[in-house]
Design a protein around this ligand. Sequence first.
Ligand SMILES: *[C@@H]1O[C@H](CO)[C@@H](O)[C@H](O)[C@H]1NC(C)=O
Length: 163
Amino acid sequence: MTVPAAFKLLLLAGLLAGVFAQDFEDNAAQSSKEDVAESERGEAEARLFHKQAENAVYNFTTILVDSIMDVTQGRIEVREGVRVEGKYWYSNGVEKRTVVYVSDENGYRVISDTTELLAEKPNFDANGRISVHTNIAGQDFSYTISADDIARYKEVAERKARV
Ligand SMILES: *[C@@H]1O[C@H](CO)[C@@H](O)[C@H](O)[C@H]1NC(C)=O
């Protein structure tokens, strides 16, 4: 290789490196602009979310009592702005667990978490009933279903399946 040829190659390599470096800087500038836009969008969303949270008001209750399987389950929650107070529980005939919680500007906290013993074993009752109660924003909705009802529905479903 002659000296001028080697020099040209070096020059070409230098130029290419320069082009790539410029390209890289452009990309970096572009993505940092995008990062700023992204974080501004994130802050705006957080402000909106906080404003919505401050105005949020709701409450609901849902309670299930199943004396056929000796099971209960329920939850009550009341929200006023950023503060939420609630309680949920469930039992299986042997023990019942109840958790009381609160969530506010200091985060979510469990106030109490208790388990009480109910009996040695569940008290199944083939003639029992299942009652479901909900109240959402002051609207009550309840129904009860007995073991007989379930047997009847099953019969109807089986009859339908045969035809
Ligand atoms: C639950 O919501 C209803 C309807 O919005 C309201 O009348 C009731 O006072 C609320 N209850 C509680 C405990 O905040």
